[in-house]
Design a protein around this ligand. Sequence first.
Ligand code: ADQ
Length: 489
Amino acid sequence: FERQDGRSQKQRLLVVANRLPVSAVRKGEDSWTLEVSVGGLVSALLGVNEFEARWIGWAGVDVTDEIGQRSLTDALAEKMCIPVFLDQEIVHSYYNGYCNNILWPLFHYLPLPQEDRLATTRSFQSQLAAYKEANQMFADVVNEHYQEGDIVWCHDYHLMFLPKCLKEHNSEMKVGWFLHTPFPSSEIHRTLPSRSELLRAVLAADLVGFHTYDYARHFVSACTRILGLEGTPEGVEDQGKLTRVAAFPIGIDSDRFVRALELPAVKCLIEELQERFAGRKVMLGVDRLDMIKGIPQKILAFEKFLEENPDWHDKVVLLQIAVPTRTDVPEYQKLTCQVHEIVGRINGRFGTLTAVPIHHLDRSLDFPALCALYAVTDVALVTSLRDGMNLVSYEFVACQESKKGVLILSEFAGAAQSLGAGAILVNPWNITELASSIGYALTMSAHEREKRHQHNFLHVTTHTSQEWAETFVSELNDTVVEAQLRTRH
Ligand code: ADQ
């Protein structure tokens, strides 16, 4: 990318996601505290040095007054962030409604219960309207900040209309869209009342990316079967316009985890945990408390394992760290109660005066504690019923160079395609199989653990988040150049 005066400068990347990578808390009329949240996407882009990235998204707070909006915009500018202001009403219908009650369950193959479905259907049109309105609000902010030559990278199921809104305004804009969840089979997608509109809106992008080849294939099938378009090896073609569709499996910043294990604070925590659980094997689950993560299935399988293996009762402990999410949604409240009930029952059945088999925490852990836990774990359990990728499995592997623990991984997580050869793959719906996998993992020979771990460690440390972001953005640049060449000929 060359400037007019001949000096080269970094190409600008506008990353558009529902949430900004910072949370804002108001301290006064015009003062704010900003806390940066380092998630997968943030660390992915921190490592991408060839672009100058700016973030556009919602700051997670409702700010209606002009002074507040102006001061928050200024504070965020220092973090290279640009806010989209959404009011409570629109957040309710767009985010809680259409995004999290309709798209999220559907993309994870979870049909809504009948009575909720009826209620949803009644308000479906208004939720869809709010979704479109919110997407247009994101587009307006992008348009305001866009400079010629910028790359615009839209993220996730919250922003499926965004590529269309952007291209309608400026057909020259380079637009990519990436989905972090699975894209379901076309037979599932076709149940969605707005199925065609959503597909067409996404197809306005130049490049559409998914975690796995299967999700990309499902998307192309949906476009061919529902829209009657032509699928090609490169993507989807509509009247001569090609939208490139491909798989870009995300990774983690593995160095950050490996380095953290050398920090004195983390080493200290590791020692404390080792002491605390001396003489017992440690099994670990780290999840957002979401129905897709298969937490009840995991705990029920552990109960079955204890039932069938009395010898293990005082030799194993399951630490389940479940950070609550979407706590205002009734189904999530129900899930929390269900998990608490099962944990209580198991601890009542198998606990002693001095120890319980399950430690369940409803909370998030800070980074040092998370790394220490990953490092002391013998067996990690990832039992998602569906999961776009699942980064917890990657993080666990990155912290296991010394212990070489075992990963039990759901075949319905995208990560099964990359870590399948090293992990024990399971169907989380099959509690019997899951229980016997726990037994197998706990008694696996050191030689087999080493072999499996090396396979996964190599993958996790070579397929990083930085590489993921760089590959997507350079593919987007190439796609646009190829499209320009095609139209010229
Ligand atoms: P998530 O559904 O949030 O992400 P995941 O990929 O596992 O799932 O990432 C969760 C992140 O949150 C991890 O970095 C993990 O360390 C952290 N986390 C979870 N529980 C925690 C806890 N109790 N304490 C501290 N940290 C916790 C979505 C998709 C995934 C996809 C990612 C990235 O649903 O399938 O892999 O985006 O694309």
